[in-house]
Structure formats: structure tokens, C-alpha cells
Design a protein around this ligand. Structure first.
Ligand SMILES: C[S@@+](CC[C@H](N)C(=O)[O-])C[C@H]1O[C@@H](n2cnc3c(N)ncnc32)[C@H](O)[C@@H]1O
Length: 301
């Protein structure tokens, strides 16, 4: 990857940046885009008509596949329907291989009397050749029965454990977590860490397509992987730069608590208060709409 991209975050549209990167140049690409379900990112909403969204998602993936090395790995996280469309309308035909993994989590939103509660996301894993880099030793899960004769043989021959299954359980990042910023939708870091370690080694180049809270970029830095990323929203972009320059710390101003404090300080200014809580309120409402339910007091979205 060209030095002008390495370990840089751009306050630009990700497609624009992707288009300026040469073919076959990155080891890993990981995308956690807006899912087109009405989530509000600090006041900005990216929702489009379904067909327009899918066209955009396909173009994003097409460009990502172009810049991926022949032995590279692409991961795209989304809700299952969005990823199903991407798979059928583009990836299955163009990629050498596609696997669909599932991230499952507990949730207290989205409950409906008419259906089972959605509590999973899809992660599409696409490769360009049969020789994709993959490092089982980086992610192996300890054997459950280490005293079994066959397993003892494997351990003796240096195997560290079994390959993880295609489903992953990780808790959502709770609002009270020390890792939580005011970003609307943070992905749990142990999940992303497993993806990064599965297919990269130190000094490899990873394009984290959407910067978001910056947590995944700090993770790359800590794991000694090079990153490149884009974040359109200026507030998130600023938080990312701050966090990258201070070892990943989350200043108080980037925590949800600061929104609550500001609310308490502007009790006589309901309009200002409305602006401050708008992001989380819309997020909740859309999630409830999506899941055909109502907001409950203990919602923790
Ligand atoms: C789902 S969030 C990513 C969250 C991230 N995975 C994390 O854990 O912090 C998507 C992010 O992409 C940003 N975004 C949306 N469209 C974009 C675009 N076209 N180019 C760059 N950033 C974009 C949004 O502002 C949002 O912060």
C-alpha cells in the first residue's frame, strides 16, 4: 500500500478513497457500514431507498474486492437481508469463495409477540483465490477434550486448538462499558480482533472501511497492523484522531454521560436538549420500528 494511505484516516466518502487505491494492494478489508435501517449518526442519517442502498453496497464491495490482494480476505458485516442481496446479486458470482458467518448477541430491544427476536448479524467473508492467507494458530479455540487420545496427538504435534465455528457469540457494547463512546453503533472489539488476527500478521495492511468510534483502528494499532479508514461525520472523525493520538483513551466529552450532563445543564432549553438526545432517540425508535415493537424503559441500544 502506498505510504500516503498507510495509518491514515480520511474525513471523506469511503468510495472516493477506495477508488484512489491501486488494485491488489491490501491484505484485509473489513466493512461495518450503515445498515440502511434509519440509524442516526450524531444527527446524520444515511437511509436511502432499498434498491439504491443495495447498488451502493455492491459498488462498495466491488471496489473493495478490486483493491484486495489475491490472497487477501474481505469481511462485510450487516443484517442478514442486506448481506443476502449482496451475496446473490454480486459476491457469489465474482468472488472465488464466500462464507456467511453469524454474530449472535443478547438484546433487550426488538421483542415482538409475532416473531422471534432478531439477535444476530451476518458477516460475509469473501476471498479472491484458493490461497487466501488464514492463520488458525492466531485464533484457535482450546480443545474441549484435551485428554482424548486423538486430541492428545494433535496437541503433541503442536496444534493449539480447533478452528472457531462459523457462529460467534459476543455481547453488544453496553452503554455503561468503559469502551463505549457516544457513537451510535460500536462493534465489540473481541469480535473484530478475531477477524483481524484470523487473516493478517504484523505490518499487514487493513482497510477498516468505516471509522465510527475509532475503536477498531486503535485495535489495529495495538495489534501492529497498518490501518486505513474513512469517517464522514466530523464529530466522529475528530474523536478518532484524538483517540489515535492518546493511546485510545475516550475523553469524557466523547462519552454518553456527557450528553446526559449537558441535558441536565440545559433543563430550561428543551430545544437544545432535544438536539442532544436526538441521535439516541432516533436510533431507538428506528430499532423498534425495524423490529415491530415499542420502546421499553430498560432498552439498552
Ligand atoms: C456502523 S458505523 C461503524 C461503527 C464502527 N464499526 C465502530 O465499532 O465504531 C458506520 C460509520 O460510517 C460512517 N459513514 C457512513 N457513510 C459513510 C461513507 N460513505 N463514507 C465514510 N463514512 C461513512 C458513519 O458516520 C458511521 O460512523
Amino acid at each position: 500500500m502506498h505510504e500516503k494511505f498507510r495509518n491514515r484516516v480520511f474525513n471523506e466518502d469511503v468510495l472516493k478513497v477506495l477508488k484512489s487505491i491501486p488494485d491488489n494492494s491490501l491484505d484485509m478489508i473489513y466493512g461495518d457500514p450503515d445498515y440502511n435501517v434509519g440509524i442516526n449518526y450524531a444527527g446524520k442519517n444515511y437511509t436511502q431507498k432499498w434498491n439504491d442502498y443495495i447498488e451502493w453496497y455492491i459498488e462498495l464491495t466491488k471496489e473493495s474486492m478490486r483493491v484486495l490482494k489475491h490472497d487477501g480476505n474481505l469481511f462485510m458485516m450487516n443484517y442478514p437481508k442486506q448481506n443476502a442481496y449482496l451475496r446473490v446479486k454480486y459476491l457469489d458470482e465474482k468472488a472465488f469463495n464466500v462464507n456467511d458467518y453469524v454474530w449472535i448477541y443478547n438484546t433487550n430491544v426488538g421483542h415482538s409477540p409475532q416473531k422471534f427476536t432478531t439477535a444476530h448479524r451476518s458477516i460475509l467473508h469473501a476471498t479472491k483465490s484458493k490461497n487466501n492467507a488464514f492463520y488458525k494458530e492466531n485464533v484457535a479455540v482450546p480443545y474441549q477434550n484435551p485428554t482424548d487420545k486423538r486430541i492428545m496427538g494433535r496437541i503433541a504435534s503442536g496444534q493449539l486448538g480447533r478452528m472457531p465455528y462459523s457462529w460467534f457469540y459476543y455481547d453488544l457494547v453496553k452503554n455503561v462499558s468503559k469502551d463505549k463512546t457516544f457513537h451510535s453503533c460500536q462493534i465489540p472489539l473481541p469480535l473484530v480482533e478475531m477477524l483481524i488476527k484470523s487473516c493478517t500478521k504484523k505490518n499487514d495492511d487493513c482497510f477498516i472501511l468505516f471509522g465510527g468510534s475509532g475503536s477498531e483502528l486503535i485495535l489495529c494499532k495495538n495489534l501492529e497492523r497498518n490501518y486505513i479508514s474513512c469517517e464522514l461525520h466530523p464529530e466522529y472523525y475528530q474523536m478518532i484522531l484524538d483517540r489515535l493520538s492518546n493511546g485510545g483513551q475516550i475523553k469524557d466529552e466523547y462519552r454518553i454521560q456527557s450528553i446526559v450532563d449537558k441535558r441536565n445543564n440545559c433543563i430550561d432549553q428543551p430545544l437544545l436538549f432535544e438536539e442532544l438526545v436526538n441521535e439516541r432517540k432516533t436510533c431507538l425508535q428506528r430499532a423498534c420500528l425495524l423490529h415491530n415493537t415499542t420502546i421499553t424503559n430498560n432498552s439498552n441500544y
